[in-house]
Design a protein around this ligand. Structure first.
Ligand SMILES: C[S@@+](CC[C@H](N)C(=O)[O-])C[C@H]1O[C@@H](n2cnc3c(N)ncnc32)[C@H](O)[C@@H]1O
Length: 284
């Protein structure tokens, strides 16, 4: 069992390193993940916290593993991929190219699904003029994504047609490798959304930021959404999980339903802000 002091330190560190808000209900999860990752609740946990607090990169990576969940899948919420691919095709037709970003790409299933959805809508043999940037804070997840090899379990959500078209089975090892035409459309890069430097330029046509915002502390969540809004082209799409919403950053977007939001050309008025401004005007 973790002590209250250990949990408090972990809470502060998760916020500092990743903008993640650990709540009391996350305590059992922290303990079970710690056991799975070989970090016992006693001195092991203290040693990990000591090192991670001092900026040790290996300890930092392990700690990030401890406080994040990598659950993902191919074509999770299939409709999102149809909408994103159609939008990308519109951008290609209008401007000759599309730029998409999967901002919490985990082990790669999401950006690869996006690439497959775009390829399926293009002429066979053509190279779609779409570039997909896929980023995540978790170095280990990105290694899996970059390798592009998946087991039968991961491919279970794909139909036979997509398996045959987009995967080959290397050396009969029960592992399936993503095809070069999908792989070359996706660039993987580490990026901490709570960090200052995103090294990322707009305008982007589509941003997937699914199943991450719900873990972020309110201030970080707002900052991430505001930065995404500034990178999206007017009319560009932000896609989150249908169970997530945009909290106080909603004025940058209009809802298109089911977790899909369209970047407004001009941010909508925030009722609270407008009232404060009017009250100030009255005082002056
Ligand atoms: C549940 S997965 C979501 C995967 C995919 N977007 C999906 O919906 O299927 C959440 C991902 O967010 C990543 N993550 C957590 N905090 C992050 C941060 N501060 N910056 C970037 N990625 C982060 C985790 O490493 C994890 O891979």
């Amino acid at each position: 069992m973790l002590t209250d002091q250990q949990v408090d330190r972990a809470r502060r560190l998760a916020l500092t390193l990743a903008g993640i808000e650990l709540l009391d209900r996350h305590r059992p999860l922290l303990e079970s993940r710690g056991r799975r990752l070989g970090v016992g609740a006693g001195a092991d946990f203290d040693a990990l916290l000591d090192l991670a607090e001092r900026g040790d990169p290996g300890a930092g990576r392990l700690f990030i593993r401890l406080v994040t969940t990598q659950f993902t899948g191919f074509f999770r919420h299939p409709r999102h991929f149809e909408i994103a691919a159609e939008h990308a095709l519109g951008a290609i037709a209008a401007r000759g190219g599309a730029r998409l970003w999967s901002a919490a790409a985990s082990t790669g299933e999401e950006p690869y699904s996006l690439a497959m959805a775009i390829i399926e809508r293009c002429d066979p043999g053509s190279r779609p003029a779409a570039a997909i940037l896929a980023t995540d804070i978790d170095a280990e997840a990105l290694e899996v994504a970059t390798r592009g090899e998946y087991g039968d379990g991961a491919l279970a959500s794909l139909g036979q047609g997509r398996r045959e078209r987009f995967f080959s089975e290397p050396a009969g090892a029960g592992r399936w490798r993503i095809s070069p035409e999908v792989r070359r459309m996706v660039e993987f890069r580490p990026l901490n959304l709570a960090g200052v430097d995103w090294s990322l330029e707009g305008p982007l046509d589509v941003v997937f930021c699914r199943n991450l915002l719900m873990y972020l502390e309110t201030g970080h969540r707002y900052a991430v959404l505001e930065r995404i809004a500034s990178l999206l082209a007017p009319g560009g799409l932000l896609i989150v999980d249908p169970a997530e919403h945009l909290w106080k950053a909603g004025h940058w977007f209009e809802s298109a339903g089911d977790g899909v939001y369209r970047r407004r050309r001009v941010a909508a008025d925030i009722p609270g802000r407008k009232q404060a401004w009017m009250a100030q005007g009255r005082k002056g």
